[in-house]
Ligand binder design. Structure first.
Ligand code: FE2
Length: 319
């Protein structure tokens, strides 16, 4: 073997090792709160909702939210979890996440109607929101600074809305995107430069039937109770090329393109707490060119979860 061939092989091997190390370093870095931070270019996160009291200590065991978490732990919970509402009491949910994923696992809670109606739940959520929010970009409008917020993670931007804000109180509306909340979102989306964008709120723009059994709930008393505001909200998201609107409230799981914006309804993650539709958790995979949502559901009898469907969310919601 000629010396130049040995040199070439050594050079290639060294270059390969250096490239691998550089890629690893660029994909994992420590955040100020000590948690492992975003893969810079791609990551995944979990979506669960409408759990309510169906976890320990009231409803412990694998047939309820603990079963959801056990399945998610086996799969890998992603960088964080978002729960778009009806997560009362939030301290019990947080305790379950601590048990399954550790106290450093980030959870972004969102106000639902059942938190808005319960002072103790709102107190917990306001306290959470007063503390440093990982990746925080912007706090909500006056009167809603702790429960409306936006944050960045990797190539994605997230705007989280408290839809029970009425312009003064963070518990003053029945589920709406009122003028001050709309203006805040418009400002936030206008300032954003991240290519992947999610908006999160408890109530669907229009509830969609469950993708497996067709059950429909809360039609006419979600954001669609205020059709002009709901349409304005949808138009704003389309204008700003929002990738998906993440929501809940209906207990039914669905992924639907609403005239250019994906509406992803997480369904419920309470196991046998609602026997009318299969318990669900969603895993969203974000990469530079788009996003994919994987839907995991139980067997409807409190049993094992399995992947039931994957939906590619084309950029800007273009099907
Ligand atoms: Fe709800």
């Amino acid at each position: 073997m000629k010396p130049t061939q040995v040199l070439n092989r050594t050079t290639i091997l060294t270059a390969g090792l250096l490239l691998t190390a550089a890629l690893f370093t660029s994909c994992r870095s420590s955040s100020p709160n000590g948690a492992v931070n975003a893969a810079r270019h791609q990551f995944s996160f979990a979506l669960t909702a409408d759990i309510r009291q169906f976890t320990g200590p009231k409803h412990p065991g694998p047939q309820y939210f603990e079963g959801t978490c056990s399945a998610l732990r086996d799969l890998g919970p992603g960088d964080f979890m978002i729960s778009p509402g009806d997560i009362d009491p939030p301290a019990a949910i947080r305790a379950t996440l601590d048990h399954f994923f550790g106290s450093n696992y980030v959870w972004y809670p969102v106000v639902g109607n059942h938190e808005a109606e319960t002072p103790e739940d709102m107190a917990w959520l306001r306290t959470w929101g007063r503390q440093p929010i990982p990746g925080l970009v912007r706090r909500g409008p006056a009167g809603c600074e702790t429960t409306t917020y936006s944050f960045d993670h990797g190539p994605a931007h997230f705007a989280v809305l408290n839809q029970y804000y009425n312009g003064k109180s963070d518990t003053g509306s029945r589920g709406d995107v009122v003028d001050p909340l709309y203006e805040w979102l418009r400002m936030d989306l206008t300032a954003n430069r991240k290519p992947i964008v999610f908006v999160v709120g408890h109530e669907p723009i229009s509830p969609i039937a469950d993708m497996d059994n067709g059950r429909l709930r809360h039609k006419g008393d979600s954001l669609d109770a205020y059709p002009a505001n709901a349409q304005r909200f949808l138009d704003l998201m389309r204008q700003h090329r929002v990738t998906a609107y993440l929501t809940a409230h209906s207990h039914n799981t669905s992924v639907t393109n609403l005239a250019g914006v994906w509406q992803v309804d997480a369904g419920h993650a309470r196991g046998l707490g609602d026997k009318g539709a299969r318990s669900s958790f969603l895993k969203l995979h974000v990469y530079p060119s788009g996003c994919r949502v994987d839907i995991y559901r139980d067997d409807g009898k409190g049993g094992a979860y399995q992947l039931t469907r994957s939906v590619e969310l084309k950029a800007a919601g273009n099907p």
